[in-house]
Design a protein around this ligand. Structure first.
Ligand code: ADP
Length: 420
């Protein structure tokens, strides 16, 4: 184990692990901090997925320190704190407090913060974060329900969350390449700046930043800046060239798709799939009325699943979702649907399903916890940001867990065609 990562949410962890695999590191994502007796073989990088983005800062710090302790025990020698490429945080944290706690625990006086991810339109220029051509604070993120981002100046945002000074490695320095960036790190460090926002607007610059980070014990950022790290390990002989970093053990069994996301991309995927495969819709109002909707879904699925994949979905158009939420409350409606999805997932597995695609971040969390999956080996990418994964443990499953808005309209078909 070389690289130990701590991610502040589940799908962000998968995104980072997917990036590392694509750059030749065999990677595993754990769901929460593993037990002390959890042992892994044939792994170069591990990403501990926490749910710490919006919890109180003290809890996020405590969880992150526990993750760090486990990763150090597993032998990792460099550490990465992963957060969203839109720097999702509040004036109190949790990016600053977690970074400073990790730095203290690792006894280091310098780390960088770089959320840039040009491939996804996230660039940092003169310390300001852009989403596409808009400043972060004008990108829609200023209205985020949990982490409204009203200031695009990341030096100021991070300084507000940190005790230590925050400096900047500006674009013109970054553009001069790795040695200039490393010099800028050294200058900031010696002038009393423990933190630096690092500009980046291209993949080449991310690679150069990665090279300049070779000797930093802690790096923080989005998954973009991680692209440059594997080549450091290759250069020093810690990581062998590996064309098969994404290979997964074959899995034999039936296939199903569970969709609990109501995001635009998932709605298109459900619409297409309804005309191709048997599909059963979960109605949250029927669940609220006390009907055994999971049993109905399973009765439907068990008659058809031996002939091919089935789709079980709760996804509905925005006006339908608003109606349901107005009657049941947003959280309650979500919990009812997630409860059904969790039960259906357990029963599908009991029926012999071993290849499961799940649409929706929260829905994926509910399914993974119902199936008691504690860790996932990351495999080949299906669509940007979404890989196939294999559960680690007694139950061997192929799982594709996608955040709602990921994937093209044929994602479900593409996923199941590609799984071994
Ligand atoms: P995404 O990744 O698109 O945000 P999530 O699974 O994270 O998807 O969130 C979707 C939420 O909406 C879940 O809590 C799910 O249970 C809930 N949900 C799904 N279908 C409906 C529906 N028809 N009405 C109301 N809520 C729903």
């Amino acid at each position: 184990m070389i690289l130990g990562c701590i991610a502040d949410d589940f799908t962000g962890a998968t995104d980072l692990a997917n990036t590392l695999v694509r750059n030749g590191m065999r990677s595993v994502q754990t769901i929460g901090v593993p037990d002390s007796d959890f042992v892994l073989d044939d792994v170069d990088a591990i990403v501990v997925a926490l749910k710490s983005r919006t919890i109180p800062a003290a809890d996020a710090v405590a969880q992150s320190l526990r993750a760090l302790e486990w990763l150090r025990g597993a032998g990792c020698r460099q550490f990465f704190f992963k957060y969203c490429s839109t720097f999702d945080s509040t004036p109190r944290g949790n990016i600053g407090p977690v970074t400073e706690a990790l730095m203290q625990a690792l006894d280091t006086d310098f780390s960088i913060a770089c959320p840039a991810f040009p491939e996804n339109g996230r660039t940092v220029f003169n310390g300001h974060l852009f989403v596409g051509d808009a400043l972060l604070s004008e990108s829609g993120m200023q209205h985020h329900p949990l982490t409204p981002m009203t200031d695009a100046n990341l030096v100021r945002v991070l300084a507000g969350q940190c005790k230590g000074n925050v400096g900047l490695v500006p674009f013109d320095t970054v553009d001069r390449g790795a040695p200039a960036i490393a010099d800028a790190f050294a200058d900031l460090r010696s002038s009393g700046y423990p933190h630096a926002i690092v500009d980046a607007i291209s993949d080449e610059q991310l690679m150069a930043i990665g090279t300049a980070c070779a000797d930093l014990v802690l790096i923080t950022g989005g998954s973009g800046v991680a692209v440059g790290l594997p080549s450091n390990f290759r250069r020093t002989g810690l990581l062998a060239d590996n064309d098969a970093a994404d290979s997964l053990p074959p899995v034999d069994g039936l296939s199903a798709v569970l969709a609990g996301s109501c995001s635009t991309a998932t709605l298109a995927q459900v619409e297409r799939t309804k005309s191709l495969w048997p599909a059963f819709q979960i109605d949250p109002m029927a669940v609220a009325d006390g009907r055994d909707v999971a049993a109905q879904a399973m009765a439907f699925a068990s008659r058809r699943i031996s002939d091919g994949p089935v789709l079980i979905y709760a996804s509905a158009a925005p006006e339908k979702v608003s109606e349901v939420q107005a009657t049941l409350g947003r959280d309650h409606a979500g919990e009812l649907v997630e409860g059904v999805m969790a039960q259906v997932a357990r029963e599908l597995v009991a029926l012999g399903v071993r290849k499961l695609v799940v649409a929706g971040g929260e829905t994926s969390g509910a399914v993974v916890s119902a199936l008691k999956v504690r860790a996932l080996r990351i495999g080949p990418q299906i669509d940007p940001g979404v890989p196939w994964t294999a559960s680690i443990g007694d139950l061997k499953l192929a799982l594709a867990l996608k955040s709602g808005n990921f994937g093209g309209p044929d994602f479900f078909q593409k996923a199941l065609e590609r799984v071994a």
